[in-house]
Design a binder for this molecule. Structure first.
Ligand SMILES: Nc1ncnc2c1ncn2[C@@H]1O[C@H](COP(=O)(O)OP(=O)(O)OP(=O)(O)O)[C@@H](O)[C@H]1O
Length: 233
């Protein structure tokens, strides 16, 4: 396995108003396979940082590398490809598409990344079999698998969201408060399941939450308030 960081930020600066810095991170790295808990109070910029890593937002200054590829000086098509190949994303509201089936939701990343498609086929024989193996492995029954997304419980939708993030073994999974709608027991079970599944693929994890009690589930805990220097651009 490569020892190159799966994520490296250097002098990264961003503000929604370019004159007002919200995020300024001098240096931050995640190693292959490492799980990192990113905490910070509401409004501190956690989702904004995930938006910068995930490509929804663009930094005004600094460097952002994913698996050794510096993203700020390549084309947007190349950036999209690196992210599709290397990142698995779990959104707070899961963002499952209601008009396609559960397996089809799970295989979406393979439509955008030939690397992940090839890796899924290597793991399961076909992308559909790989998706079904993952979803079953995460505890959904065949009956649940054939339902529409709208007929799944929140916990079952979460499992599909995890399967979608894991398919094709991305190098880094980023998760934005995916447990906020869950009670205590389900929340703990969900994180254990996520950790167990991503360890099988060797995927690193950046998990964001304001709930500090979750920190014990991760290799390392980082406070965005400590990390963020917020000095003017
Ligand atoms: N699209 C936007 N335009 C302008 N300001 C924004 C935008 N999105 C977020 N902000 C502001 O940026 C700051 C950081 O927001 P962000 O959502 O990143 O915080 P957070 O730490 O994820 O919060 P929470 O824990 O409540 O989800 C907040 O002050 C917020 O109001």
């Amino acid at each position: 396995m490569s020892t190159e960081p799966v994520l490296r930020l250097e002098n990264l600066q961003f503000g929604y108003d370019p004159k007002e810095v919200l995020i300024h991170i001098e240096e931050f790295e995640i190693s292959p396979g490492e799980s990192v808990f990113l905490k910070g109070p509401s409004g501190s910029g956690k989702s904004t940082l995930l938006g910068l890593i995930g490509g929804v937002l663009t930094p005004q200054l600094g460097e952002l590398s994913i698996c050794g590829t510096e993203l700020t000086n390549i084309s947007s098509a190349q950036r999209d490809k690196v992210r599709a190949d290397r990142l698995g994303i779990i959104f707070q509201q899961f963002n499952l598409l209601p008009y396609i089936g559960i397996t089809q939701n799970c295989i979406l990343p393979c439509r955008f990344s030939s690397r992940r498609r090839d890796r899924a086929i290597a793991a399961g024989g076909s992308v559909v079999s790989a998706a079904e193996m993952l979803i079953r492995g995460l505890g959904l029954t065949d009956d649940q698998l054939s339902r529409s997304v709208g007929k799944l419980s929140v916990g079952q939708q979460q499992r599909v969201a995890v399967a979608r993030a894991l398919i094709g073994g991305p190098d880094l999974i980023i998760a934005d408060e995916p447990t906020s709608a869950l009670d205590h027991d389900n929340r703990d079970r969900f994180i254990e399941l996520l950790n167990l599944s991503r360890e099988q693929f060797g995927s690193a994890l950046l998990f964001v939450s304001h709930d500090q009690t979750l920190a014990t589930y991760f290799d390392r805990s980082v406070s965005l308030t400590d990390l963020n220097q917020k000095v003017p651009i």
